[in-house]
Each structure stands twice: as C-alpha cells, then as structure tokens.
Design a binder for this molecule. Sequence first.
Ligand code: GLU
Length: 303
Amino acid sequence: MTAGSIFSHPVGRFAPSPTGPLHFGSLVAAVGSYCIARRSGGLWRVRIEDLDQPRVVPGAAEEILDVLERLGFEWDGEVLYQSRRTGRYEEVLSDLERKGLVFACGCSRKEILASAPHPGEEGPVYPGTCRQGLSPGRPPRALRLRVPKGAVAFCDGVFGPVEQCLATRVGDFVLRRADGLFAYQLAVVVDDADSGVNQVVRGEDLLGSTPRQIYLHSCLDLPVPHYIHLPLALDSLGEKISKRHGDYGPLDPSVLWHALCFLGQKVPAELKGAPGAEVLAWGGMHFELCAVPARSERVERIP
Ligand code: GLU
C-alpha cells in the first residue's frame, strides 16, 4: 500500500484540539499547512477536533479561531466540529462492521499491558486477545479494527519513505473507546475524506499514526492523502511544546515570522514586524518544502 501522489487541486487543513490556547507548536502546524496549501494554489480548511469532550476546555475553540483570524489566516468553507459528526462516524463504523473488519474487545488497559508482546508505537501492542470473539461472560468494552500482517508504506513530504507493520507495532487498534467515544484515528480519516482534504500537514508526533490512517482509508475505499509531517518545536527540556506551556505567548504577529524561520524558510527580516496577513502572503508565495528540516528542534522563547 502506498500513498503520496501529486494532486492538482490541493486541499490542506489545520485541525487543532481545543484543549487549551494555541501555542507556538500548534502554530507551526497552522503556518506550515497554510503556506504549503496556498503555495500550490490550494484550499485550506480548519477543523476543531473536539471529540474527546472530557479534555475540551470551554471557550478554547473560539479562542483558537479568534487568534487565527487576528493573525491573518483565512480559511475556506465552514469550520468543521468533530463533536457534531458522531452520526457520520456511526455510519462508517457500521460499514467497517459489515465488512467483518471490526471486533468487540473486553480487555482493560491493565490486561493489555500485562499480556502485550512488546512495547509498540504508542504503548503496548494489542496482543489479539479478543480477535476470535469475546470469552463467555466478558462484556464488550472497545471496538477494534483488525489489522493485516503486511507493512504500510508511504513517502512523507519531509521525512521521506516510512514503513510500518501495524500488526507488530500497534496491533488491532481502537475505533470506538470503552467510554463510547470515537477514536481520533477513525474521525480524522472520515473528516479528511469528507472535506476533500488530500494534503495532510501536521506535526511529526503524528507520523506514527499515519500508517493506521492510511490503512483505514484503504478499508473504506477512500483516496489516501499526501502526508507532510513538520518538525516539532521542543522546549528547553526537549519536550514537545504543548498547551501546558503557557509561556510561549502572547501570540503577536511576529510569531508567524518565527514559525516560518523554524520551518527553514528564508523569510525577509523586514517582515518580522509586519501584519500577519503580509507574512502569510509571503509564505503562500515562497514556501519551500525542501527547506523544512526533518528534525525536531528546541526553540528559544517566542517572541
Ligand atoms: N488534533 C491534533 C492536534 O491538535 C492534530 C490532528 C491532525 O492533524 O491529524 O494535535
């Protein structure tokens, strides 16, 4: 299975989770996805990934959209909210169930950890306990997708060829969690396909999820997008800058200039104090994908 063809009408997107305010790390993904889409004459969409309601911070989605707008980003079409799309995810899950690709799993996290053959991509590899059916009296918890034995391969726009064997690195993965919520892996594939997204630009932390998403696209007979993963901005401890780090703001327009520099772009120094829309317009005309470093880096305090 391969992905990575060139599309004549690119459609990119930015998909923040509203678990806190926008930070420098997520802004790098916003700037990168925006400039790459615009540079190739494409559309750029925004989606709010608010499926995991327990983690959603009230007001964060509005704040993120407000900051994007104030920084000069212009998105195409309506903002998509995952929390309003559960009916669609149900439909897709039923389709996968009809194809015999889904099974109910009764294992707790603790049980999986205890019986996993080895550590995987993100925590333990699912050992296949409930693959042939639940043992009598065991209540179903999560719904999982059966994964094949072979490898999934694709060519990332920054990191190059990537190959992953889902069976040995992840195992049958969750589509619907024990708490009833749809998993990110399912939602992201359905949303990207339904919005015509064919250019997925995001942080390198999701590189390891991509083979699962490519496999899901193929199970659903959906076209596979072109994937471009960007280096992560790391803090002084070498950790991904996340919403926990509130000290990389406030987001004044110079942050866009910093984000472009972080992505290896030769953005003119005089644009540092320019309005956001001007910096983004420069990026939309001059962004060079081949200049993006394939390595995550520590950043000094921004701005
Ligand atoms: N919602 C994810 C995040 O905020 C991004 C998911 C994606 O781009 O596929 O990290």
